[in-house]
Design a binder for this molecule. Structure first.
Ligand SMILES: [Fe+2]
Length: 352
């Protein structure tokens, strides 16, 4: 009965950003993927997203545009004048706002969402979000004429006992181009885990398509949890098979902006010691089959943030009923090490 009710939903999801091979039996059908369903979705989504990016390319520095298309990322050192960077960092380090925490392996990630609740006390962050070139660049890279969801994020390496952090394995977030950005407030090196990216792995080469085709059939039959959710992991053999470039570690100075297409293979990068890095972090994802880049209106940004907030609250309540706390649960920022209840296992398979 459930299958009959869900069938139209599963069919519609073929033309959305739905990516889970496990949750949608059509997307996870070995027979359909043998017929090329997964690869067909990839090719179509990449073509539509390229079209949307080109529509939003006006005013983007030519070198940045080329780097994003060819390498899958843009790197801009000294993004803000030094004085503005220091003022923004000072504000962020003393931010008094709701903090959510997620545990993945031995890493804790803390995030403060930059929305109507937090921004009134963070005027520097609000100003940064209005930065003209940053806005243009993020719109171009995400192929979306709208605001990304923005956070202050701190990665806390080796802060808890646990297995290795799964986000430190190279992976692709999803089957279509999708944007994340990091404006680093700390110097980043091997001590605090530099963001790592395989240059040019954003491109749909013949080798990549052949690999994706094979993987889609394998995962439909049986895959690891993260790959089954549509966030494909990359082994050394996979990289060799596709002839990929070696990964690049972004060991960068504070005040560097990195924007990446996280369809390309990336990860958090290993940290050699107990350490943290803090960044202004954004994410933008939209239906890659929709050829329209959308409308930029403050109300839509508010609505988007509100939807994310309500979803988090829904997960909080759901977890509470089970005597647990959600994977991204609110913590007392003054006590950032652990909560009393064991958090649910994170379902976020792709943060970096
Ligand atoms: Fe990721």
């Amino acid at each position: 009965m459930k299958k009959i009710v869900m069938l139209p939903v599963w069919v519609i999801q073929i033309f959305t950003q739905a990516k889970s091979f496990r949750k949608n039996p059509i997307l996870g059908s070995a027979r359909l993927n043998r017929g090329g369903l997964h690869v067909f979705r990839m090719i179509l989504a990449h073509a539509v997203m390229r079209f949307r990016m080109l529509l939003l390319a006006r005013g983007i520095d030519k070198a940045h545009r080329q780097s994003y298309f060819e390498n899958g990322y843009v790197l801009i050192p000294d993004f803000l004048p030094a004085q503005e960077y220091h003022a923004l960092k000072k504000e962020i380090l003393s931010a008094d706002a709701e903090v959510r925490e997620c545990t993945q392996g031995d890493t804790l990630t803390h995030r403060i969402m930059l929305d109507d609740q937090s921004l009134p006390s963070l005027p520097g962050c609000e100003e940064f979000m209005r930065h003209g070139y940053l806005q243009k660049l993020l719109k171009f890279c995400s192929g979306k004429n709208g605001q990304p969801v923005s956070y202050i994020q701190t990665i806390k390496n080796h802060f808890v006992e646990g297995p290795p952090d799964p986000q430190k394995n190279l992976h692709s977030d999803t089957f279509h181009p999708t944007m994340k950005s990091w404006y680093f407030l700390d110097d980043v090196d091997e001590k605090n885990g530099p963001f790592t990216y395989v240059p040019a792995s954003n491109r749909l080469s013949r080798a990549r398509l052949a690999w994706e085709y094979k993987k889609s059939i394998q995962i439909s039959a049986q895959g690891d949890r993260y790959s089954g959710n549509g966030s494909l992991r990359l082994s050394d053999e996979d990289a060799n098979e596709m002839g990929l470039n070696p990964p690049r570690s972004f060991k960068v100075a504070a005040n560097t902006l990195v924007v990446a297409n996280t369809h390309g293979f990336h990860c958090r990068g290993q940290a050699s010691e107990k350490s943290t890095r803090t960044e202004f972090w954004t994410i933008s994802r939209s239906n890659p089959f929709n050829p329209f880049p959308g409308i930029d209106h403050p109300w839509l940004a508010k609505l988007q943030n509100r939807a994310v907030g309500l979803y988090r609250q829904h997960l909080d309540k759901k977890a509470e009923k089970n005597g647990s706390v959600s994977s991204w649960h609110v913590i007392d920022a003054r006590n950032t090490v652990q909560t009393e209840n064991k958090p649910e296992e994170s379902k976020i398979s792709e943060a970096a």
